[in-house]
Ligand binder design. Sequence first.
Ligand SMILES: C[S@@+](CC[C@H](N)C(=O)[O-])C[C@H]1O[C@@H](n2cnc3c(N)ncnc32)[C@H](O)[C@@H]1O
Length: 329
Amino acid sequence: MNKIQLGDSRELLKQLEDVSVDTVYFDPPFNSNRKYRLTSSDDSIGFDDIFKSDDEYVNLVEPMVKECARALKKDGSFFFHISAEQMLIPQMICSKFFSRVQPIFWKRSRSKNNVKTKLGACTDVIFWCSHVAKPKFNMVYQPLDPYYAKNSYKNKDARGNYALGHVCYTRTQAPDKSKSDRYYSITHNNKTYTPTYGWRMSKDNLKVMIADDRIHFPKAKKNANPYKKIYAHESKGKPSTDYWDDLHSIAMGSEERIYPTQKPVSLMRRIIEMSTNVGDVILDPVAGAGTTGVAASQLGRNYILFDISEEAIEACKRRIKNEGKNLTT
Ligand SMILES: C[S@@+](CC[C@H](N)C(=O)[O-])C[C@H]1O[C@@H](n2cnc3c(N)ncnc32)[C@H](O)[C@@H]1O
């Protein structure tokens, strides 16, 4: 059910059925008072981000958000992408149509050497909105902080460097002694361990981990509890925070860049992976070069892309054709 369509989304979105899409990514003009073009010498590809007033901007954006909120499933997510400098109006619009609005901060660029009289603007905000408190969510991971990695993975065995994770409860987490099977003793190398507040795993699971040499028994300290080994080479990274500084924007003049304001596929993959499952439907009503469609194709999701610009729609079709996926419209 993939679809790419030319037109004004204020009209096109009305075709969509109620509660029919799983995620919407919305990256409209930012109200930045700029003309965006692909190159400084060529005026053909791009769009004008110039509005006479904030009201004119609201008149463009708000009807689209309203229609997206109607088409979104109850456990779905709506993402409004905007520059940090222009975040106020979008935040108010999001709060009007969704009960939950959480900002994600994307560091889109490095510092700029040509900025002399103000702080360099390098952050976009992506408002993650939903109708319910807990929308569909899959954990995504970011690379470990180098400082944390260096200080945590200090221990080493034949498998590699590892950090220490708890296998015993602390006092405040301790399960009810009368009802729990987590209070038991284990003997290892002639030493018996009986943690005061119980174990976080069953005795059978702990035995499997000991046999696989995945439990760290402290040598020096008397009565110290064991820990599980968390190997650096097995780590997926850190569970994602709301600050994304690990996804880089597409450099000006790079071959990959075919449309101004084009977002990186890695950013769209993270948004899609965290908010949808294989087979789900992702809507992008202001698709630009179709980055959402490219990432959705790669991840086995369906997409609906609209844009008012013919060049943008051509770019969407070209890029998705290059992905070799079934383009139906
Ligand atoms: C910031 S760009 C989107 C970039 C896109 N996320 C990408 O990665 O390439 C905004 C797009 O909104 C489109 N647009 C502006 N007004 C529109 C409208 N009323 N209906 C549909 N698209 C519109 C523009 O043509 C432009 O392509």
